[in-house]
Design a protein around this ligand. Structure first.
Ligand code: OFO
Length: 164
């Protein structure tokens, strides 16, 4: 049986994962509106991944006999701007989420909740991967700038995510 404090913390994280999905969906629509269909596609896929992260935590919570308490998911507060600004926001958001995941991991360790710790390990690794990927995208975007042919090349590359 999961502790009440860990149950509450996991419910908060589920809500945050859902917020991430909403944020990336909003940013995807913004890119689509600027005809950057590749960046839009990448963000749409990422939005789906964030939903999957929420559901994975829901399953874990239920497997442990916990209670799912869904919370209101806030409207995303993204500052919509150029593509570089969009991905800088994604990077800042992922860094914030890493801090939340790390805090959850610490809580699991402090409570000697080994099952939560093991499940959260996957999220810790996922954050490392996501931060590295988005950081590289931001570097590439800064290198080519918001104007010119380079950004359209990057757009076409981003559109290949998940396609063999
Ligand atoms: Fe849920 O993976 Fe990053 O935020």
């Amino acid at each position: 049986m999961i502790s009440k404090s860990m149950q509450d913390a996991l419910n908060r994280q589920i809500s945050l994962e859902q917020y991430s999905a909403q944020l990336y969906l909003a940013l995807s629509a913004h890119c689509e509106g600027k005809s950057f269909r590749g960046f839009a596609h990448w963000l749409r896929v990422q939005s789906g991944e964030e939903t999957a992260h929420a559901v994975k935590l829901v399953d874990f919570l239920l497997d442990r006999g916990g209670k799912l308490e869904l919370q209101v998911v806030p409207v995303p507060t993204a500052q919509l701007g150029g593509i570089i600004q969009v991905f800088e926001q994604v990077l800042a958001h992922e860094r914030g989420n890493t801090a939340k995941i790390n805090a959850l991991f610490e809580q699991a360790r402090a409570e000697k909740d080994y099952a939560s710790e093991i499940t959260l390990q996957w999220y810790v690794s996922e954050q490392v991967e996501e931060e590295a990927t988005v950081s590289q995208i931001v570097d590439h975007l800064r290198a080519v700038g918001d104007q010119g042919g380079g950004i359209w090349y990057l757009d076409s590359k981003m559109g290949k995510r998940g396609k063999a």
